[in-house]
Write a protein that binds this ligand. Structure first.
Ligand code: P71
Length: 464
């Protein structure tokens, strides 16, 4: 297609949902009631909701039309077969196992492959993924390249696996203790950073040499495909559809949260090549998720998902506009001198809270404090991605202190306009200018598992 000077969304708006700006007093009250945790805010108290890009996309008129065609048969639903076709066509895996969302697929995969004492390497942890690996008796080991832990590194493929780290791990624990490596596309916790096709291929070759499976977390593989097209030699002329297919060809299977790339509000799947392994997955599926022809989805969910999978790859302009909007926000912030993770990622902007709040020690949760302050300023809701999200080490019980202490502003797909991005940028600038006034936080309640979701805090007296 001919290159244009600028991009525009390849759609126009048919339905709108009103949102309301609250007062500063309302927001002060709301954040205190929420224990300074943006997960505990009511969405009615939020103006621009950048908590997550998960399940928050706007569906198209075609997807809404598809909902009406859902076949709600308990067994053998027509909608299941349509979805299976979509996954085979677009992702290229033969065996399709529907789940209620991504973590349902992670649960099943971890249970069928991991045994007590096993080691599961991955290119940076994701919260639910690592939870399920540990819950199944495994130990997660990070094998992402060092650049990924440095917010300022401009490396074009910060999601790459460090093959030296992986080889050393294989040497240390033995290949028989490593059932699979979990390779995430467009690594979420690194800032939405892609891995290159060349790196994925090499990783797959190394794994095959040792009899280790390679399982993708293909949740944001479409966004990764876009970056490969933009940045990797030899891919400029290929469609994102072809690139996505090629990504999956270098793996033995994938878990997918369909709440992201796939443009639906709920759903997910596990996809595999090996029919024997798929059989074991289906045995567990019927106990934990639902019958193997619906997982945890209704027939209408499966119809909307099948339509979403085809739609995301129908034209490259879809993902170009999606990532273009993220870049628009990131470029304003960079011009204003706000420290954000470089390069600008695929699904959101990640503010470097350590750099913005250098006087708050990491044990007082700078990113949590920054997310709360940003909400109070103008009703923009982001998410902490730092020490609170990282949780405690299961053996020592101490906080895990990640190098990255970030606030994520995740952009839902097809939901907000450039004006919303402008308002968000202005608020980030305003909060950064007054950052001296932001206090550190301490726990008043800390859940045992995945603590970031429901933990509560109060300002540390005398700080800020
Ligand atoms: C995101 C989410 C949703 C979320 C999950 C846990 C804590 C906070 C927010 C979910 C992902 C993901 C990747 C790479 C698997 C899941 C789980 N992301 N892999 O970014 O990003 O999928 O939510 O459908 O169960 O806000 P699920």
């Amino acid at each position: 297609m001919a290159q244009r000077r600028s991009w525009a969304e390849p759609y126009k708006i048919k339905v709108v949902e009103p949102i309301v700006m609250t007062t500063r007093g309302d927001r002060d009250r709301a954040i205190e009631e929420a224990g300074y945790n943006t997960f505990l805010l009511r969405s009615d108290d939020v103006f621009i909701d950048l908590l997550t890009d998960s399940g928050t996309s706007a569906m198209s008129d075609r997807q809404w039309g598809a909902l009406m065609q859902g076949d709600e048969a308990y067994a053998g639903s027509r909608s299941y077969y349509r979805l299976e076709d979509a996954v085979r066509d677009v992702y290229g895996y033969e065996e399709f196992i529907p789940t209620h969302q991504g973590r349902g697929a992670e649960h099943i995969l971890s249970q069928i492959l991991i045994e007590e004492g096993d080691v599961v390497p991955g290119n940076m942890y994701f919260t639910t993924t690592r939870f399920h690996q540990e819950y199944a008796g495994g130990r997660f080991v990070d094998v992402i390249i060092e650049e990924a832990h440095d917010p300022a590194s401009p490396h074009p493929f910060k999601g790459n696996v460090d093959l030296a780290k992986l080889s050393a791990l294989i040497e240390e624990v033995g290949a028989e203790r490593i059932p699979y490596i979990s390779v995430e596309t467009n690594v979420n916790m690194a800032g939405g950073q892609p891995l290159s096709m060349a790196n994925l291929k090499e990783t797959y070759e190394l794994c095959r040499k040792h009899g280790i499976l390679l399982m993708l977390d293909a949740t944001r593989a479409l966004e990764n495909a876009w970056f490969i097209q933009q940045r990797e030699e030899g891919y400029q002329e290929k469609s994102v559809k072809a690139i996505l297919h090629e990504i999956c060809s270098h793996s033995d299977g994938a878990t997918v949260s369909s709440k992201k790339d796939n443009l639906v509000n709920i759903g997910g799947f596990l996809a595999l090549r090996d029919p024997k392994l798929a059989g074991r997955a289906r045995d567990l599926l019927v106990a934990f998720e639902g019958l193997h022809t619906y997982g945890g989805m209704s027939g209408r969910d499966m119809e909307a998902l099948a339509a979403g999978i085809y739609e995301m790859v129908a034209v490259d302009d879809h993902v170009r506009a999606r990532i273009g909007q993220v870049q628009y926000l990131g470029e304003i912030l960079m011009k204003e001198g706000i420290p954000i993770v470089q390069p600008i990622g695929g699904h959101g902007i990640f503010l470097d809270a350590k750099a913005i709040l250098p006087d708050i020690p990491q044990a007082q949760f700078p990113a949590q404090a920054l997310a709360a302050a940003l909400y109070v300023d103008a009703g923009v809701r982001g998410m902490e991605r730092g020490v609170v999200s990282a949780g405690r080490d299961p053996t020592t019980g101490d906080h895990r202190y990640p190098k990255l202490e970030l606030v994520r502003l995740a952009i839902p797909r097809r939901v907000y306009t450039q004006a919303h991005m402008d308002v968000t940028a202005e608020s980030v600038v305003a909060v950064t200018e007054k950052s001296d006034a932001i206090p550190g936080l301490e726990f008043t309640y800390e859940p045992d598992e995945l603590r970031f979701f429901r933990s509560r805090f109060r300002p540390v007296v005398g700080s800020g």
